[in-house]
Design a protein around this ligand. Sequence first.
Ligand code: ADP
Ligand code: UDP
Length: 238
Amino acid sequence: MEKLEQLYEGKAKKVYATDDPELLIVDYKDDATAFNGLKKGTIRGKGVINNQMSNRLMQKLEKAGIPTHFVKELSERETLVKKVSIVPLEVIIRNIAAGSFSKRYGVVEGVVFDRPTIEFSYKNDELGDPLLNTYHALALKLATQAEIDTITDYAFRVDEFLKAFWAECGVTLVDFKLEFGRLSDGTIVLADEISPDTCRLWDTKTGEKLDKDRFRRDLGGVEDAYTEIMKRLTEHDA
Ligand code: ADP
Ligand code: UDP
């Protein structure tokens, strides 16, 4: 497998072409951003952790019947993935009120929902990723109804699986963001990453935040939190 030209540099990853038109290489950086790029920084070692964590979780999800873009981990920071056309929706599942949900609806962080919620944002940095409903997504032709149904089904199944998995690690899965894409034949697969950048993960005993909120909110101990959450995963699988 040959790594060819860089196709894209995002906020957290670089994407490269390969000699196979159906495959890409993603390269995870230590760069961190928040508030739509307004806050910038570096989290030392984050790229390695996010790459390895995302790959382990995606492999578990594959086994549980959720198709993903994961193909092969190539190095500490690089992974071979199936090329998809990203569905421009950020799919957010919440088990507990936090972040923008708490702010928008005036709910204190930590309120546990009877059932998980799903919400969609239009993945569009210029517009600030505005919240939208499925009718809006259809009107904007971001996805078909069948695709939205598949994505919704997968997203709740990912939640069930990851909630149970993290519970075994002494970690509470508060909320997370997923991205899905279409393979060349139209099949919907889970893409992008699942990491402390894209999930809220709280220590179940102490409530300590083990995710990117430590960076967003200047709580300190950012690197330590990423290291700790990776250690929980590694010890679980040992
Ligand atoms: P952003 O674009 O938000 O700054 P990243 O730095 O994580 O985010 O860049 C990675 C980009 O690659 C994202 O735009 C993401 O949607 C896209 N992407 C993730 N997985 C795949 C894939 N399998 N095929 C094509 N694009 C992907
Ligand atoms: N999230 C993400 N990327 C985004 C927006 C949100 O990965 O562009 C994740 C975030 O890490 C959290 C969940 O989605 O786990 C819900 O985020 P929320 O809507 O509360 O937004 P925030 O508080 O980050 O503004």
